[in-house]
Design a protein around this ligand. Structure first.
Ligand code: FHN
Length: 444
């Protein structure tokens, strides 16, 4: 693996760790009561379980991730040359959406604007956008939105509140200090601009799944006018789910909670030392290699088994899994990603019953694996266990039957005081997850 010593992840984790000590000044949408459409969308979201995260912007041209402006570093004037090289003639939104569907994904979350401030849509509020500044000249978000509608998959908009381009993003936060912007700016004007772009996104691209905010951590003490922004979204599209990757416990007005490179409650990255798990729908995002945006030299790919395991562990922790790809500057998705997504899709075809529409199961996740549950069915996902029997804590009701999901064969089990013992069938070659279906007595 070739990676710079200080990767964006390391930098971001350090920034977050510093950021979390200060209490948020953000007053969110305190009196928010989600609409019936929003509550319905939350259910849908929790049932959907698996989504595709797409980081794509002019930074992909440099093949060094979406933080390249900051890590290299590149001034604003130099970075402004980059859009001229963005001409993704191989961008085929139909193929992207088809790939997501083939992988078993039910929604796509794409970067409408990342920290470089560059709009991947035809914004009328600035010409710092894909239509005005690139030889490609087409509205990427519009093309993808149309295709998602056509193929029946929901589209969510990632939107960076942090902006390394706008002079009005002032006072500066912890990042974006090499851009060469004047030491003056109007924060209120920036917030108005951000809300204006959100209005465009929520007005011009049909019904969307939701907005995935990122970047508040750059200026944790600032007044972000969250109440106004969240109310605007809920008013324009009541069903749209609002979530923010601020790495704190959700603020009022948010409809789902996300975790980055961590399962809910995990604290392995340093992003979220004080983040607790809320009762909102949950989602965890992860990369396929070590990069979000396209990275030419990052070959640290997770293998198919690792991706499936992460998906299963997320779902067993009651969360969705948002798996990232960073398309290449020509618009193609690199073969390493396509191959893995296709393989995951085959697994989902066979084992999707134990994933879609489930919630985290009754057994505490452990190194051995996790459980998921839908109605009277408890799915036991055995991920890392090579012993002949597996002992689990007691289930909420007596067990009517136990079968392997792969072929319906019986699984021997016995109940003991306070628990359950399953006789483990042999793992088949390359079987990443031995899934058992336990049918509980009671209403089906
Ligand atoms: O800084 C970003 C990063 O580039 C990427 O977009 C991830 C995705 O979760 N979020 C931020 C870091 O928390």
């Amino acid at each position: 693996m070739k990676m710079a010593a200080r990767t964006p992840l390391v930098i971001a984790a350090a920034l977050f760790a510093a950021a979390v000590v200060s209490p948020p000044r953000a007053v969110a949408q305190e009196k928010y009561a989600p609409s019936p459409a929003n509550l319905e969308a939350r259910q849908w979201f929790q049932d959907a379980k698996f989504g595709m995260f797409i980081h794509w912007g002019v930074y992909s041209v440099l093949g060094n991730g979406e933080w390249v402006m900051e890590t290299r570093p590149i001034s604003g004037a130099e970075y402004a040359k980059l859009p001229r090289f963005f001409n993704p003639i191989k961008f085929d939104p139909a193929a992207w959406v088809a790939l997501a569907k083939a992988a078993g994904m039910k929604y796509i979350t794409i970067t409408t604007k990342h920290h470089d401030g560059f709009a991947m849509f035809g914004s009328r509020l600035t010409d710092w956008n894909v239509v005005a500044r690139t030889p490609y000249g087409k509205d990427v978000i519009g093309l993808l939105a149309a295709e998602c509608r056509k193929q029946g998959i929901k589209l969510f908009f990632y939107h960076s509140q942090l902006d390394w381009h706008s002079p009005d993003y002032f006072p500066r936060g912890r990042t974006g200090r090499h851009a060469g912007r004047p030491e003056a700016g109007n924060w209120e004007a920036y917030l108005n601009f951000m809300d204006g772009q959100l209005r465009e996104l929520l007005t011009n691209y049909g019904e969307i799944g939701g907005v995935w905010f990122d970047g508040m951590w750059d200026k944790p003490e600032a007044d972000w006018h969250l109440a106004r922004t969240y109310a605007l979204i809920h008013q324009l599209q009541p069903q749209a789910l609002v979530g923010s990757n601020h790495h704190k416990t959700p603020f009022p007005g948010e409809d789902f909670q996300m975790f980055e490179k961590d399962l809910p409650g995990g604290h392995t990255t340093g992003f979220n030392p004080e983040q607790s798990v809320s009762a909102l729908p949950l989602e965890t995002a992860e990369t396929m290699n070590d990069s979000w945006g396209f990275n030419l030299t990052d070959e640290h790919y997770k293998n198919v088994g690792e991706v499936i395991r992460y998906l299963v562990r997320a779902v067993g922790s009651n969360a969705n899994f948002l798996l990232n790809i960073g398309p290449m500057p020509n618009g193609e998705i690199q073969p390493e990603f396509v191959q893995r997504l296709t393989e995951v899709g085959k697994w989902m075809k066979q084992y999707g019953d134990s994933i879609y529409g489930t919630r985290g199961g009754p057994v505490t996740p452990g190194p051995w694996g996790v459980t998921t549950q839908r109605g009277s069915k408890v799915y036991v996902h055995v991920l890392d266990w090579n012993q002949p029997v597996l002992a689990l804590e007691e289930l909420p009701g007596p067990i009517r039957s136990a079968r392997m999901l792969r072929d319906g064969s019986n699984v021997e089990f016995s109940t003991v005081k306070g628990g359950l013992v399953l006789k483990m069938p042999e793992a088949q070659p390359d079987e990443v997850d031995r899934v058992m279906v336990l049918e509980l007595e009671g209403p089906k």
